[in-house]
Design a protein around this ligand. Structure first.
Ligand code: NAD
Length: 317
C-alpha cells in the first residue's frame, strides 16, 4: 500500500510502526511518521507523553508490548542502553512482536549495548538496526534529523524510506553498532571543539582581543567549525546561538556529558590514545552536574571565563 504524505510529493509504502519512548525526541519523531502516512502506535511510561502523541495522530497503546504487537517496524527512543536492553528482554518487547519484525533503536547508547540489542533481537527471531540521530529536538520536530545506521544492508534498505519521514539524511555506517560509533565520534569532535572555541575566546579576551574580532577571523580561517559559526558560545556574533538567550538549550550540557561518557568508555575499552576526548568527558560531566544542569553545552564558555578570573566582555573596569 502506498500513500502521499501531506508535506511530500513522493508516495511512501505505508508501514505499521510501533514507537516506544515518546519524549522530547520520540514524540515529534512519531508525529512525523504519522504525517508521512504510516500507521503508528505509541507507548511511553509517562501518560502525558502518550496523550501529546495521540493528538498528533499516534494510536495510544496501554503497554509497550501492545504498541509493537502488529508492527512491521519498532522504534525505540529511550534514555540509555540499559532502558533499551531491559525493555527488549525483561520488558517483553521482543517476545510481543511478530517474528521477523525490524527493531530500530534510535536512542544514543553504548556501542556494546547496541551490539547486545542486535544479538537479543536476532536470538528472538527478529532483525535489528541501530540508528541514532543528530539534530536535536528542533530536527525531530522539523523532520530534518540525520540518522546514522548500523546493521545489515537489507535492514537498512527497508528502514531508509521510513527514516526519511523523520529526517533529511541517512547514512549506513556499517554493521551492528556502527551507527552508535559514528554518533559518539561525531559528538566527541563537537564537545572538544566547543571547549577549544571557548578557551580561544577567553584567551583572546585576556590578550585584549574583542569577541567580534576573534569571531570574524576564526570563522573565516582554519579555526572555523560548527561550534563557532552556528552555536557560537559568546553572545553577539551569531544571533541565533543559545548564548543570546542566556544559554537555554539547544543541545543540553547533560546530554553532551552523556555522549562524551559513552565516548570515554569506548576510548578506555579500545585502549585509544584520545587524551582530549577523555578530558572533555571530565569537563562536561563536572559542568552538567553543576551550573550547566539546565544550560546549553556552549555555556561551558562561562565556566572557563570565570575560572580564568575574567569579567564578561563589556564589564571591564
Ligand atoms: P526523554 O527523556 O525526553 O525521552 C525518553 C522517554 O523514554 C521518556 O518519555 C520516558 O518516559 C520514556 N521511557 C523510558 N523507559 C521507558 C519504557 N520502559 N517504556 C516506555 N517509555 C519509556 O529523552 P530524549 O531527549 O527524547 O532522548 C531520547 C534519546 O535520544 C536519548 O538516548 C538521547 O541521548 C538521544 N538524543 C537526544 C537528543 C536531544 O536533543 N534531546 C538529541 C540526539 C539524541
Amino acid at each position: 500500500m502506498t500513500a502521499t504524505p501531506a508535506n511530500e510529493t513522493t508516495p511512501v509504502t505505508v508501514k505499521t510502526v510501533g514507537f516506544v519512548g515518546l519524549g522530547n525526541m520520540g514524540g515529534p519523531m512519531a508525529a512525523n511518521l504519522v504525517k508521512a502516512g504510516h500507521r503508528v502506535t505509541g507507548f511511553d511510561l509517562v501518560p502525558e507523553a502518550v496523550e501529546a502523541a495521540a493528538k498528533a495522530g499516534v494510536r495510544p497503546a496501554a503497554s509497550a508490548a501492545e504498541a509493537v504487537a502488529d508492527a512491521d517496524l519498532v522504534f525505540t527512543m529511550l534514555p540509555t542502553g540499559r532502558h533499551v536492553l531491559d525493555l527488549y528482554t525483561d520488558g517483553g518487547l521482543l517476545a510481543a512482536a511478530r517474528p521477523g519484525t525490524l527493531f530500530v533503536d534510535s536512542s544514543t547508547i553504548d556501542v556494546a549495548d547496541a551490539r547486545a540489542a542486535h544479538e537479543a533481537a536476532r536470538a528472538a527471531g527478529h532483525r535489528a538496526l541501530d540508528a541514532p540521530v543528530s539534530g536535536g529536538v528542533f530536527g525531530a520536530e522539523a523532520a530534518t534529523l540525520t540518522f546514522m545506521a548500523g546493521g545489515d544492508a537489507a535492514e537498512f534498505a527497508e528502514a531508509e524510506p521510513v527514516l526519511a519521514g523523520m529526517g533529511r539524511k541517512t547514512v549506513h555506517c556499517g554493521p551492528a553498532g556502527a551507527g552508535q560509533a559514528a554518533k559518539i565520534c561525531n559528538n566527541m569532535i563537537l564537545g572538544i571543539s566547543m571547549i577549544a572555541i571557548s578557551e580561544a575566546f577567553v584567551l583572546g579576551e585576556s590578550l585584549g582581543l574583542s569577541q567580534q574580532a576573534m569571531f570574524d577571523v576564526a570563522s573565516t580561517s582554519s579555526g572555523q567549525c560548527w561550534a563557532l559559526t552556528v552555536n557560537c558560545p559568546v553572545p553577539g556574533p551569531v544571533p541565533a546561538s543559545p548564548a543570546n538567550r542566556d544559554y537555554r538549550p539547544g543541545f543540553s550540557a547533560p546530554l553532551m556529558a552523556k555522549d562524551l561518557r559513552l565516548a570515554a568508555n569506548a576510548i578506555r575499552a579500545g585502549g585509544v590514545d584520545a587524551a582530549l576526548g577523555l578530558r572533555a568527558a571530565e569537563l562536561y560531566t563536572a559542568f552538567a552536574e553543576g551550573r550547566g544542569a539546565e544550560e546549553d553545552f556552549s555555556g561551558i564558555f562561562r565556566v572557563i571565563r570565570d575560572n580564568s578570573g575574567q569579567p564578561a566582555e563589556g564589564e571591564h573596569a
